[in-house]
Design a protein around this ligand. Structure first.
Ligand code: SAH
Ligand code: MG
Length: 233
C-alpha cells in the first residue's frame, strides 16, 4: 500500500457492514457517537505508540468502532470489563436486561455476548478482552495508551477511580474519550461530567470535539496536575 492510500485507509469510516453490526449489537452508544469515537482513534498520529483501551464494553458495541479503528491504524484494542454490569444494569434498575443473567451464578454475564459480537465482526485478532475490575487491571498496567475510552461504572467511585487510575496513562498526543458527559444534570448523572472537568482542570488535556454525550480530549506533553473530586454535589 502506498503512503497516501495507507493514510486514506486510516482516515476512512467503518464499512456499511461494520456499522450495521454495531447498530445491531446490544449496548449504549448511538451510531453518530460511535463514528466520532472511530474518527478520534484513527486520528491519533502514528508516532504516538501504544494500544487503544476501553473501560466498559458490555456486549461489544463500542468495541466494534474502536476495533475497526485499531485494525486500520495497526494497533490493538484492550477491552476492560468485569462483565457483571454496572449498578444501573442490576435487577431492579433502569437498564437491567434479564436475559443477560447467567442463571447458574445468578449474576449478569455479558462476556459471551461480547465475544460473539467481536467474532461476528471478524475483529478477534485486534480486540483483546481483559476480564476484571478496572482498578485491579490499572494497578498492573504500564504501557502508555494511544486512546483511552472511559465508559465503565457511572457511580461516583467507579468513574473517579477510572479517571484517577487510567488518565495518567494516556500518551502525549494520545486521546481521552469520555462517554455520558452531561453538562445539564437533568440529562444524566454527574460523575462522568465531573471527571471530564478534572481532566481539563489537570492542565494535561485540551478538548478536541464533542458529539452527543461523548467528549474527546487530547493529551498534552504535560503531567496531570492533581485535582480532587468535587465535594459539593
Ligand atoms: N461501551 C459499552 C457500554 C458500557 S456499559 C457500549 O458501547 O455499549 C458499562 C460497562 O462497564 C458494563 O458492561 C459494566 O460491566 C462495566 N463496568 C462497570 N464498572 C466496572 C468496573 N469497576 N470494572 C470493570 N468494568 C466495569
Ligand atoms: Mg456510556
Amino acid at each position: 500500500m502506498s503512503t497516501s492510500s495507507a493514510a486514506a485507509e486510516r482516515a476512512a469510516e467503518p464499512s456499511a457492514e461494520l456499522r450495521r453490526r454495531a447498530d445491531e449489537a446490544r449496548g449504549f452508544l448511538p451510531p453518530e457517537e460511535g463514528l466520532a469515537l472511530h474518527r478520534a482513534a484513527c486520528a491519533v498520529r502514528a508516532e504516538v505508540a501504544g494500544p487503544l483501551l476501553e473501560i466498559g464494553s458490555y456486549c461489544g458495541k463500542s468495541a466494534l468502532y474502536l476495533g475497526d479503528a485499531a485494525r486500520r491504524t495497526g494497533r490493538v484494542l484492550f477491552c476492560v470489563d468485569h462483565h457483571r454490569g454496572s449498578e444501573e444494569n442490576q435487577l431492579g434498575w433502569e437498564w437491567h436486561e434479564p436475559d443477560l443473567v447467567d442463571p447458574a451464578v445468578g449474576l449478569l454475564d455479558t462476556l459471551p455476548h461480547f465475544r460473539r459480537t467481536v467474532q461476528d465482526a471478524g475483529l478477534e485478532d485486534v480486540v483483546v478482552a481483559v476480564v476484571g475490575e478496572s482498578a485491579t487491571v490499572a494497578r498492573w498496567w504500564t504501557p502508555p495508551l494511544a486512546l483511552l475510552f472511559i465508559d465503565g461504572g457511572h457511580g461516583e467511585d467507579p468513574a473517579h477511580h477510572d479517571y484517577e487510575c487510567w488518565a495518567p496513562l494516556v500518551a502525549p498526543g494520545g486521546r481521552l474519550a469520555i462517554h455520558d458527559v452531561f453538562p445539564d444534570p437533568a440529562d444524566g448523572g454527574r460523575p462522568p461530567y465531573e471527571i471530564y472537568g478534572r481532566a481539563l482542570a489537570s492542565g494535561a488535556f485540551v478538548e478536541l470535539e464533542g458529539c452527543g454525550s461523548l467528549r474527546v480530549l487530547q493529551r498534552l506533553d504535560a503531567p496531570l496536575r492533581p485535582t480532587s473530586r468535587p465535594s459539593v454535589r
